[in-house]
Structures are given as structure tokens and as C-alpha cells.
Design a protein around this ligand. Structure first.
Ligand SMILES: Cc1cc2nc3c(=O)[nH]c(=O)nc-3n(C[C@H](O)[C@H](O)[C@H](O)COP(=O)(O)OP(=O)(O)OC[C@H]3O[C@@H](n4cnc5c(N)ncnc54)[C@H](O)[C@@H]3O)c2cc1C
Length: 484
């Protein structure tokens, strides 16, 4: 007999390689639900992520319809809405893929109990990681706090399972009127900005959804993967996969990426060497490691992992923070990164490290301020990767960059953007400067500035801080907490 099942979509907005959806679809008749919860304990999405979510739900809804299915969207508290939906539609099974932040774990535990008490079978799955955060441990069975042994242990667990196919046909059952009346249309959720509509750059830069993710992966495997190990540090080139927002919203799974890479390499369709492939997999490993850290340190976005940083002498400065956010620090590579972020919702990893280091170390602003800004402006803002990376840069995290390693943004710029093309793209007022002057325009000669039409302090800001002074001040601040 056909049974009814319900799949609850969360951070798994795809049909292929979706173990929870596959389990629900087995039952016969299926409802698919997304719940937008804007008041719960989970951290609320930032603006750029809300835009992405809206587009991704739209793509998912169209994909489901093309296979006979339907995406129902509700708004409110899942602890109430999910059981009410399940009970009033008479489903025998509810499925979801796991999330790993503390509020989600608490909610899922509650829901499991509530639904099971009502006689409904609940099945949850790992749909978004190569390994569950608790599956990789030290020999003594403890969480791992250093990346290299973590990744070695994770690799030793073998390949991820082969990806599951998307259900070819979905048999959606009709909803009772009471639920249909509560269902929202996507536009009603107000996820996309209107006044002002700041999302033009995002629309030009991205194709959210499962098809967009697949295409992005194909392009990368056949192109950008070539030379990835060396070129991935060069901002302004298509040298990385740009899969991060697709992974964040579960439009593609790391297992799919892993196997697509293996298949492309076997068939000779992948660009690049074994070293490029291995380096790329290890970046997926950093994502796994961040989730491992989040699971074992639920307040990773707010609490210093290294408690010595609790007494760090931050110098809160609203004006400095604002100039950093707007890309107006007068340090070209920092400004280029911050403007790329503002205009496209994404920033290259190298510039994420440089801009974060500059805020924390040269400007002595608390890393949590930067984390919050990235959370609001990144389309890939991720509860594990963002917080773990900010703590890594600050030096307060697990396996962190040592505090005294302070990126010099000029040297970084000369090394990773030697021709200044990334700066020219995002800081066009400096475009006329030579390759030598563009990294530190305040040192250019008066005639070079004049020829390039640059007036420091007028057409482009003076540096917000003297870099050598900022570096020494940061080292002194660190020495203080080390003493303490
Ligand atoms: C301060 C700071 C904040 C960051 N915030 C986020 C964030 O909110 N969301 C996010 O996904 N990444 C974050 N990162 C990590 C990294 O910058 C991005 O994952 C990467 O730039 C995404 O581009 P890509 O997909 O082209 O990466 P690729 O180089 O193609 O890597 C493939 C995938 O591996 C993962 N990955 C790569 N580098 C890292 C890393 N260092 N840590 C964890 N996972 C990684 C991502 O899922 C990425 O999509 C942050 C890094 C820093 C320094």
C-alpha cells in the first residue's frame, strides 16, 4: 500500500544525492516542506544568504514540479508547524538531513520525540558532510583539534558512498485546505531586497540552485582545477571552484564533488594534476574540519576557543569598522576584497584572510565584528566555516594561525596580485597606477599620482593606519595577553 511521507528540506536544497529525500520518496506519496523560521534560536540568515535562499528555493520548487512534486513553504516555528503538518496530512514517515549547530540539534531532538510519540517514523541522515563530526576522532576517541591529523584520519575512513540518483518521479499527495491556506508563495517571504535593491551584482555573479551548482562544478573540473594547487591563492582569477554557496545551501554534496572529481580524472576530462586534485579535496577537508569544530564547540561564533583572548585589549572604533566594511581603508588589496564582497556577496579566500587579519591585527577590532559583517554579506555565510576561519585568522581558534603572523597587505598584494589586476577591477580609481605603485599608492611619486589621476585623501583615502605602527601595536597587545 502507498504510504505518505514528508521530507523537510533545510540546508539540502537538491534532489540528487539527497539520502533523506530518497528515503521519503521510497514510501510512495510525498510532501516536500521548507519552513522559514525567523524567530527561533538558530542564527538568522544575513542579507546575502536570504537572497541566495530565495533563488535556491525557486530553483528547487521548479525542479520538484518538473517531476510531479511540489514544494510547500511555511513560515513560523518548526517545532509547532512540522508536527501539525505531519499529523494533518497523515504521513507515516518524516525525513531530514542533519544540521550541526546547537539550536538545530536541540530542535531535531525535540521533534524526533514529539513525532515518534505520535506514531510517526522519523529518519535523519548525513546529507552534507563526508563524515559525521563525531566519526573522526583521535586514537583515544577524542575530538581532533589540529587539521592535518584530522584530515589524515578522515581520509583513512575511505571514499564516501557513491552519490544517489535524484528521484525520477515524485508522487505528490494533495494537501488539506487548512494547510494549503497557510502555505506561502516565495515572493511573500520577503527574502529578496526591494528598496533599495542592492542585489544586482549578486544576480550577475551567480546561478543559485542544483543546476547552477552542477554547471559550476563541471566548468571548474574542466578548467580552473588545472594549476589549482598553485593558483588558488591568486584573487581575481577563476582559480577556485566558487562552489562555496552551493555547498552552504546543500545544492551539491561533498560526496558528489568527490566522485565527480574521481570520474573526471579517470576519463581524462579533468584539468590539472594529482596534486591539484589532492589540494582541492583537502579544502573540502577544511570544511569538514570546521563542522567538526562547530559540533564540539557549539559557541564557536561567539566565544574565543583560546580563553587567553578573553582579555585581549581590543580598541572598538566604529569609524574604522565602517571604513573597513565599505572598502575605504586606503589599503588597496583590503579595499578590493571588501568591495568584491559588497558587490558580489563573495570574496576570494586569500583576500578573506588579508582583510580579516587587517581588521583584527592592524585595526585591533574584535574578530566577532568582522565575523558578523561577513555573515551578513557573504552568499556562502556558513555557521561552521565563517566562525572557524575568523578564529583561525585571529589566532584564538583551534589549529589557528599564530597571532604574531601578521599579514602585510602590501606584500600580500605584490605576491598574489603582482600586476594589480584584482585591485584595478575593484578599486577602479587606482586603475591608472603602474604595477609598482598600485599596491601602496601613498608611496607613489607626485607625478605618477598626477598622471594616474589619483589624489590621495581626495579620489582615494589616505591609509587608515601606518602599517608598521599597526603591526607593532598588535604584537604589543598580544604580548599583554601572553603575560596575563
Ligand atoms: C575570514 C574568513 C571567513 C570565511 N568564511 C567562510 C564562510 O562563511 N563560508 C565558507 O564556505 N567559507 C568561508 N571561508 C573559507 C574560504 O574562504 C571559502 O570557503 C572559499 O573562499 C570559497 O571559495 P571556493 O568555493 O572557490 O573555494 P575552493 O578553493 O574551490 O574550495 C572548495 C570548497 O572547500 C571549502 N573550503 C575552501 N577553503 C576553506 C576553508 N579555509 N575553510 C573551510 N572550508 C573551505 C569550501 O566549501 C569551498 O567551496 C572563510 C575564510 C576566511 C579566511
Amino acid at each position: 500500500m502507498t504510504k505518505r511521507a514528508l521530507h523537510w528540506f533545510r540546508d539540502d536544497l537538491r534532489l540528487a544525492d539527497n539520502p533523506a529525500l530518497a528515503c521519503a520518496a521510497e514510501s510512495g506519496a510525498l510532501a516536500c516542506l521548507y519552513i522559514l523560521d525567523e524567530d527561533g534560536d538558530r542564527r538568522q540568515l544575513g542579507g546575502a544568504s536570504r537572497w541566495w535562499l530565495s533563488r535556491s528555493l525557486d530553483a528547487l520548487s521548479r525542479e520538484l514540479s518538473s517531476r510531479g512534486g511540489r514544494l510547500d513553504i511555511l513560515r513560523g516555528d518548526p517545532a509547532k508547524l512540522l508536527p501539525a503538518f505531519a499529523e494533518s496530512t497523515g504521513v507515516a514517515r518524516v525525513t531530514w538531513n542533519r544540521r550541526y549547530d546547537a539550536a538545530s540539534i536541540k530542535l531535531d531532538t525535540c521533534l524526533k520525540e514529539r513525532l515518534s510519540d505520535a506514531g510517526i517514523e522519523v529518519r535523519s541522515f548525513n546529507g552534507n558532510l563526508l563524515n559525521e563530526p563525531w566519526q573522526v576522532t583521535s586514537r583515544a576517541g577524542r575530538p581532533m583539534m589540529v587539521f592535518t591529523p584530522y584530515w589524515r584520519a578522515a581520509r583513512a575512513r575511505g571514499e564516501p558512498a557513491a552519490p544517489l540518483a535524484a528521484p525520477s518521479r515524485i508522487n505528490a499527495f494533495p494537501l488539506p485546505d487548512s494547510i494549503r491556506d497557510e502555505s506561502c508563495r516565495l515572493a511573500e517571504l520577503g527574502l529578496e531586497p526591494s528598496k533599495p535593491d542592492w542585489a544586482g551584482g549578486l544576480r550577475e555573479s551567480w546561478t543559485p540552485g542544483e543546476d547552477g551548482a552542477r554547471e559550476q562544478l563541471g566548468d571548474f573540473l574542466g578548467g580552473g582545477l588545472g594549476g589549482y594547487a598553485e593558483m588558488r591563492d591568486r584573487p581575481g582569477r577563476d582559480s577556485t571552484s566558487r562552489l562555496s554557496p552551493h555547498l552552504r545551501f546543500g545544492e551539491i554534496s561533498p560526496g558528489q564533488i568527490w566522485h565527480a572529481l574521481g570520474t573526471a580524472r579517470e576519463s581524462g576530462e579533468a584539468a590539472g594534476s594529482a596534486t591539484d586534485a589532492e589540494k582541492f579535496l583537502s579544502e573540502l577537508g577544511w570544511r569538514e574540519f570546521s563542522y567538526h569544530l562547530l559540533f564540539h564547540n557549539p559557541d564557536i561564533a561567539t566565544r574565543n576557543y583560546d580563553e587567553r583572548f578573553d582579555s585581549f585589549p581590543w580598541k572598538p572604533d566604529a569609524e574604522a569598522l565602517r571604513r573597513w566594511q565599505r572598502g575605504q581603508t586606503g589599503i588597496p588589496l583590503v579595499d578590493a576584497g571588501m568591495r568584491e564582497l559588497w558587490q558580489t556577496g563573495w570574496m576570494h579566500n586569500r583576500t578573506r584572510m588579508v582583510t580579516a587579519s587587517f581588521l583584527i591585527k592592524h585595526l585591533l577590532q574584535d574578530w566577532r565584528e568582522g565575523e558578523r559583517w561577513f555573515w551578513d554579506t557573504l552568499v556562502d555565510a556558513d555557521p561552521a566555516n565563517n566562525a572557524a576561519s575568523w578564529q583561525w585568522v585571529a589566532g584564538s581558534g583551534a589549529d589557528a594561525s599564530p597571532y604574531f603572523r601578521i599579514f602585510n597587505p602590501v606584500t600580500q598584494s605584490e605576491t598574489h596580485d603582482p600586476k594589480g589586476s584584482y585591485i584595478r577591477q575593484w578599486v577602479p580609481e587606482l586603475a591608472g597606477l603602474s604595477e609598482r605603485d598600485i599596491h601602496q599608492p601613498w608611496k607613489a611619486s607626485a607625478s605618477a599620482l598626477h598622471e594616474a589621476g589619483v589624489r590621495i585623501g581626495e579620489t582615494y583615502p589616505s591609509p587608515i593606519i601606518d602599517l608598521a605602527f599597526g603591526r607593532q601595536r598588535a604584537l604589543d597587545a598580544f604580548a599583554e595577553i601572553r603575560k596575563g
